[in-house]
Design a protein around this ligand. Structure first.
Ligand code: ADP
Length: 399
């Protein structure tokens, strides 16, 4: 079975074609500047990446460009559109409606559109991408995979905010959590690496990238996570503040005469690693500055590592123990220094890493020290494969 995975943004569309019989990636790419002019980056695995300007006035044009690239003579990976068995779409916010991935039909789309109110930035482009695929690909089955679904198992005491209860009832203001597809993927891989059923494991998954979140997974189920009603809560991120004293918001709005849009822009785009360090949103630049003696850069790194450490401790307490800590995403997969700083001092919990193993990059590896009682694993995330796996499972049931 060949599954096309689509991740549609407002002016971009990422895609991967995966052969699910082997779980091997066949081709991948990115359409950018949709509705502006149009740029395509396309890569057939094993061949050189190509980049070209291709006009794309809307997402339907972009899907046609993708199909054209996948079937183009000279570098075709499929002979025609009908070789695609299913399409899996990333769908950011499933609110309380979607507790698992599901087949896309008219009913699903109606509910999915209702979720836009809660995720006005993320969901509308996902819906545009699905509609474009429906128009171009006709009756090929399509599946929606939600970033929030993995966290639908959170208990009420973890997802409720202590606001007047009517706001939960009226506006559905609660913790939803994000990065669920990544947390689910690395959880499953951790189970496989440890050779144990997930039902017997307590795992803390640390997705540390440009956006970061940590999840407590007990018995294969997400029981708490750091992101909340939106992806702004929790850890300090590239440009997002993470959790703050909420009283800072009205105080700052009054002091700086800011409206809701302006304060939201500051919290989402100007804060976090960028705002605190004053150097960059990218931790690689911040590390370089810290090495040159920049104290604000150093305190930003220290704060990030301290926060991750605190969440590991609190989630271990929340689950009554921990069997494995997983590091994934840009920082989690690549930075030995961050991993070392995060786990330092956690030996009282049985978390200890091996300095040599910690240096290895780019593959699944157990980096625990020989005398550690808790495993520390590095697992490269693969959200697209997770989307394709869910898509395959749902489409196979249709047969
Ligand atoms: P996204 O959340 O956009 O998917 P990624 O998971 O690709 O992001 O993570 C990107 C971030 O990972 C970069 O902004 C950078 O801060 C960080 N990163 C990547 N490699 C390293 C490294 N070797 N050391 C420190 N940080 C790194």
């Amino acid at each position: 079975m060949k599954v096309l995975v689509i991740n549609a943004g407002s002016s971009s569309l990422k895609y991967q074609l995966i052969d699910m019989d082997t779980e091997k990636l066949m081709a991948k790419g990115l359409c950018e500047r949709i509705g502006i002019d149009g740029k395509l980056t396309h890569e057939v695995i094993g061949m050189e990446k190509m980049k070209k300007d291709v006009p794309m006035k809307d997402h339907k044009d972009a899907i046609n460009v993708v199909l054209d690239s996948l079937t183009h003579e000279g570098y075709a990976v499929i002979s025609s559109m009908s070789d695609i068995d299913a399409v899996g779409h990333r769908f950011v916010h499933g609110a309380e409606f979607f507790k698992d991935s599901c087949l896309i039909d008219d009913e699903m789309m109606k509910v999915g559109e209702a979720c836009c109110e809660i995720a006005p930035l993320h969901n509308p482009p996902n819906i545009i991408g699905i509609n474009a695929c429906k128009e171009v690909l006709g009756s090929i089955p399509q599946v929606a995979v939600f970033d929030t679904a993995f966290h639908s198992t959170l208990p009420a005491y973890a997802y409720l905010y202590a606001l007047p209860y009517e706001y939960f009832e009226k506006y559905k203001i609660r913790k939803y959590g994000f990065h669920g597809t990544s947390h689910k993927y690395v959880t499953q891989r951790a189970g496989a690496m440890l050779g144990k059923p997930l039902s017997e494991l307590k795992i803390i998954t640390c997705h540390l990238g440009n956006g970061s979140s940590i999840t407590a997974v007990n018995g294969g189920k997400s029981v708490d996570t750091t992101m909340g009603f939106t992806p702004l809560e929790g850890l300090i991120m590239g440009t997002r503040s993470g959790s703050l004293d909420p009283a800072i918001l009205p105080y700052l709005m009054e002091k700086e005469n800011l409206d809701t849009k302006e304060i939201s822009n500051i919290l989402n785009k100007k804060s976090g690693v960028l705002g605190l360090s004053g150097v960059s949103a990218d931790f690689r630049d911040v590390e370089a500055a810290a090495n040159d003696g920049n104290e604000r850069a150093q305190v930003t790194i220290d704060q990030f590592c301290y926060q991750v450490k605190k969440y590991i401790g609190s989630f271990a307490a929340a689950m009554g123990g921990v069997d494995a800590v997983v590091f994934t995403a840009g920082i989690g997969e690549n930075s030995a220094g961050f991993r070392e700083q995060i786990v330092s001092g956690l030996d009282f919990l049985g978390i200890k890493i091996d300095a040599e193993k910690n240096k290895i990059r780019g593959k699944e590896i157990d980096i625990s020290a020989a005398d550690a009682t808790v495993k520390t694993l590095v697992i490269p995330t693969n959200e697209e494969l997770m989307i394709a796996l869910d898509t395959k499972a749902i489409v196979e049931k249709l047969k």
